[in-house]
Design a protein around this ligand. Structure first.
Ligand SMILES: [Zn+2]
Length: 987
């Protein structure tokens, strides 16, 4: 079946209406508009419906003898002189097969802005591919006329420091809650932009008391599409799927944004992606009281609260607000006869990495819907498993089977829900503003009444550049950061580890006084914290005072998380302590006098300047175990870079193995050292030490067409660190000699069974091209293929093996590390099937296991934190010291030992030292296991990361482990000393 997709009408058929609304508008509409202006109350009964539009809404909405799939709020469209979506786009939202491109959605909102004095449309960002992100502001005319004044009031309520009781009372009386609706963050979730167009029209022109109350009491913000590039790709893919006869949405979307897919909703902590930056900047400009993301998945409408455990930094008030709003929506929609509106049993509320966490950690309300999907823009008969339709306490009115569900059902549900939420906030305007300012006040008060009172980030530390980046992140998140201008000893909260911190779940002594979250879960380590030790704060050190409103993000990012295995299974990461993941030192200050010490506000981005000391033709740069050091060979263009394989003395000090020895190209080398924030020392001659020349690798970053999300984070890291690479798909492995031009192939985590990674998608039906065509103009931009079902196949796997055998490096992470294991590239490494291990997205302590390996250059500590996402657990065969080996020809025995896969980095040998942050139970199955394995194959190596060195732009502390492997790709063979590190895998 081809060509079944209905053609869009030519634009000229509605251009007249769009350009000259007065020509197309009947006289009765003008009269109605005039009446509305003069006698608004008269219009309640008089505003007529747009009959053509209303007829289509009714036709598109499924009917049922018992259940309703619409409400009186959305089962019609009021008539007005403002253009409707049908006028501008030629179809009613919810029309089968019709999904709107970003340009069309934006065109509609601009038309609304043009025609209605109650709508203003602003630009708030641009996608990686240049699409415009908009913010529509809807309120009554008087409110829009004074918009700047309302924004200023919201800002003052968000930061009430110094406000008098009178000012505070006046603000609560006069300000208006700002409610921000955002659609299509997740590109395969297609309904929300369609709904938001119609919703915006309805809110702007409707003359019911209900809608008028919202316009008068709430400032509604709408961003119809958040993931702009992915939306257009999804519209293309939906058309392609129909064109190919596969039906709607049969093909799972690969590239959404340029780098992230579903994980665009896991960037709220570290704000690395453009989308997140634009959202956060807009948030900090408008101070919305509520943000509301519109997602699509579970039936029929899930209003967020979550199962808990909730993030410890969420104020109890916001938890109450989630529930108040959700139960209001459930009750109102249930009474109207809609089945399947519920809350609680989906998502936990623990990790602070979602976009909505930005609101929840900035004293606002962050919430979301999951509305049941129609599968693109279609209808289907509902057929759900009983776990979705059973009546349970949190779902007393469950979804039902056997009914017809269409995209219009999705639109009716979410639009009705949003209207109910807005009306609830409008009717309780002062309550929501009271809560809003109270949450800020409580956050400020906590920082003045209980430890920690501040965080100190020493400027003079091993990874100073990373520390500066952390400061910049906190500033981007709206926290004020100061710089000490004097020296002072302060008591800090401490434990015996390499860093000091409070424990998130420790009960707070002041929780009754400030209303801070209290937790039943206690922590003995926190009690040890009270045995305070002191540190010296020095001039230039960064101080994040906690007596300010926007510090919840700082608190959660620098706390150690404890997720109990008796809690519901976690929805996402359980630990994220960012200074641990980034190997930065911070101090949680236990001494309230820190707040009175001399300091100045930091006004610019924090930077750490590198320096070059001494003179001479040879530059020595110590490897500090961070990415800034590790990428130096890529940056020192024109210089000859070698690396010391042992420690040596020069310029009056000892330099460790891994030190870069740079000859020639001195301007470039000095420049690179300074730009990277490193310290170099010039000496007269090359030191006498065993070294090897760095031969910069020709890197292929390889992706699969199964999914591109995880390689996307690696690609993002490479782009931002300046690591040059060629981008290839695994299909390229099928071409003869495809890997001849590479030295390193990086194959990041691809989820799913190895058989799928190897064989791709089912080879049934027609080829599925991912290409730019007339039908699909937005596909094929990042990579393209004639058929995205195809993977590397056995011939590709063989090519990969030949590549390694002739001397190349294959670097795998996460699940992709199982591929060379299962293919037996080196049989001395295996994947352990754990039986009782319970962990998920957590931070573990790891130990060097093969200290001589170049992969560990710069990692001087006896243990350090790494991110581990539950699997794979790798194991290597023990060194064979049996009688059999002793009687073997020593050359053969040495070769056997050389080819044995070795743990380079192992999980900590002691179970009780393993967990840094997050969830862990039965850690004995993980202790001592390999975290990174170097597996020789022929003349080359496979380096398998069981951990994820490039996790979501959070794990800067482990970036260098992977970069070191790449830079030293042809010098990975080492002869381990007998006593080297822990003997990983020996259990
Ligand atoms: Zn979603």
């Amino acid at each position: 079946m081809t060509g079944s997709f209905p053609r869009a009408p030519t634009s000229s058929s509605f251009a007249l209406t769009f350009l000259f609304p007065e020509i197309a508008v009947p006289a009765s509409r003008l009269a109605a508009a005039l009446l509305a202006a003069l006698f608004p109350a008269l219009l309640v009964a008089q505003q007529p419906n747009d009959s053509a539009y209303t007829a289509q809404i009714r036709e598109l909405t499924p009917t049922h003898e018992r259940w309703k799939f619409t409400t009186e709020l959305v089962d019609h469209l009021p008539e007005s002189d403002v253009p409707t979506p049908l006028d501008v786009l030629g179809y009613v939202p919810g029309t089968i097969g019709r999904l709107s491109y970003v340009a069309d959605v934006n065109k509609y909102f601009r038309a609304l802005d043009e025609a209605s004095p109650r709508v203003r449309v602003l630009t708030i960002g641009e996608s990686d591919e240049g699409r415009e992100m908009i913010l529509a502001v809807i309120a009554d005319e008087a409110t829009l006329d004074s918009l700047d004044s309302y924004k200023a009031m919201a800002a003052r309520l968000a930061d009430p420091r110094g406000a008098s009781a009178d000012e505070r009372a006046r603000l609560v009386r006069e300000a208006k809650p700002i409610y921000w609706l955002a659609g299509a963050m997740h590109s395969p979730e297609t309904g929300s932009p369609e709904m938001l167009m119609e919703f915006a029209y309805r809110l702007a022109v409707g003359e019911t008391d209900f809608l008028r109350a919202i316009r008068q009491n709430v400032i509604t913000l709408i961003t119809p599409v958040q993931e702009l590039d992915g939306r257009d790709r999804m519209v293309d893919l939906n058309k392609l799927s129909r064109e190919l006869g596969l039906g709607p949405q049969a093909i799972s979307l690969v590239y959404w944004g340029k780098y992230t897919a579903h994980d665009n909703n896991r960037d709220g902590m570290v704000v690395s992606q453009k989308l997140t930056k634009d959202f956060l900047e807009t948030f900090l400009e408008w101070h919305p009281t509520v943000t509301h993301d519109l997602h699509e998945s579970v039936p029929f409408l899930y209003a967020s609260t979550g199962t808990g455990p909730y993030n410890e930094e969420f104020d109890p008030i916001v938890v109450d607000e989630w529930h108040a709003l959700a139960y209001q929506e459930i009750m109102e929609l249930t009474r109207r006869g809609l089945p399947g509106v519920w809350t609680h049993g989906f998502y936990d509320g623990w990790a602070p990495n979602y976009m909505l966490s930005i609101a929840n950690l900035h004293n606002s309300i962050g919430r979301f819907y999951e509305t049941y999907t129609s599968g693109g823009a279609d209808c289907h008969t509902v057929n759900l498993p009983s776990r979705s339709t059973d009546r349970v306490w949190y779902r007393p009115n469950p979804p039902v089977n056997g009914v017809k569900w269409c995209i219009r059902s999705n639109i009716n549900y979410s639009q009705s829900g949003v209207l109910i939420a807005l009306k609830y906030v409008a009717d309780r305007r002062e309550t929501f503003l009271e809560n809003f300012v109270a949450k800020g006040e409580r956050m400020i008060a906590r920082g003045t009444r209980s430890a920690p009172y501040a965080y100190v980030i020493p400027r003079d530390q091993r990874h100073a550049g990373e520390a500066a980046d952390l400061v910049n992140l906190f500033r981007a998140q709206g926290a004020e950061v100061h710089r000490a201008t004097a020296e002072r000893q302060v008591a800090v909260l401490g434990e015996s580890g390499r860093r000091e911190r409070p424990t998130a779940n420790a009960p707070r002594p002041d929780s009754a006084a400030t209303g801070g979250a209290d937790s039943a879960r206690t922590d003995s380590a926190a009690k040890k914290d009270s045995a305070a030790k002191t540190v010296t704060v020095r001039p230039g050190d960064w101080i994040v005072r906690l007596d300010q409103p926007y510090t919840a993000t700082v608190r959660t990012l620098l706390s150690r998380q404890q997720y109990s295995t008796s809690d519901p299974p976690p929805y996402d990461d359980t630990g994220w302590t960012l200074d641990e993941l980034r190997h930065v030192t911070t101090h949680a200050v236990a001494d309230s006098q820190i707040l009175t010490m001399a300091m100045e506000l930091v006004g610019d981005a924090a930077t750490v300047a590198g320096m070059v000391n001494g003179s001479g033709g040879v530059l020595l740069v110590e490897h500090m175990g961070d990415w800034r050091s590790a990428v130096l060979p890529f940056k020192a263009t024109g210089a000859r870079v070698s690396v010391a394989e042992a420690s040596f003395d020069a310029a009056g000090r000892t330099w460790p193995a891994g030190t870069f020895i740079v000859e020639g190209g001195s301007d470039a080398a000095n420049g690179a050292v300074r730009t990277l924030g490193l310290t170099g020392t010039r000496v007269g001659g090359v030191p006498s030490v065993k070294r090897h020349a760095i031969q910069l690798p020709r890197v292929a970053l390889m992706h699969s067409w199964i999914e591109t999300q995880n390689e996307g984070w690696v690609r993002f890291a490479f782009d931002h660190l300046g690591i040059p690479y060629s981008y290839i798909s695994d299909q390229a492995l099928r071409r003869p000699n495809a890997l001849d031009r590479f030295d390193v192939v990086v194959f990041p985590h691809v989820r799913g069974p190895i058989a799928t990674i190897l064989n791709g998608r089912p080879m049934t039906g027609p080829p599925i091209p991912w290409k730019k065509t007339e039908l699909t103009p937005n596909l094929g931009r990042i990579d393209q293929t004639d058929d995205l079902r195809v993977a590397m196949g056995l011939e590709g796997a063989a090519a990969l093996r030949r590549f390694v055998e002739r001397g190349g490096l294959l670097l795998t992470t996460g699940n992709s590390s199982e591929l060379p294991v299962h293919l037996g590239f080196n049989p001395s490494v295996s994947v352990v099937q754990t039986r009782q291990l319970q962990t998920r997205g957590a931070i573990m302590r790891a130990q060097p296991a093969l200290k001589e390996s170049p992969i560990l250059y710069g990692y001087a500590e006896s243990s350090f934190p790494v991110y581990f996402n539950a699997e794979p657990v790798l194991s290597v065969a023990e060194r064979d010291t049996t009688e059999r080996m002793r009687r073997m020809d020593p050359k053969i025995a040495a070769q056997a030992e050389r080819m044995r896969a070795k743990a380079v980095l192992a999980f900590h040998e002691r179970e009780d030292s393993l967990l840094v942050s997050g969830m862990l139970a039965n850690g004995q199955e993980l202790a001592k296991r390999a975290a990174i394995v170097d597996a020789p194959v022929g003349n080359g190596h496979v380096v398998l990361f069981g951990i994820r060195p490039f996790w979501r732009w959070q794990t800067q502390g482990s970036f260098a482990l992977a970069i070191n492997a790449m830079v030293n790709w042809n010098h990975l063979n080492v002869t381990p000393a007998e006593s080297s590190g822990v003997a990983a895998g020996s259990q």
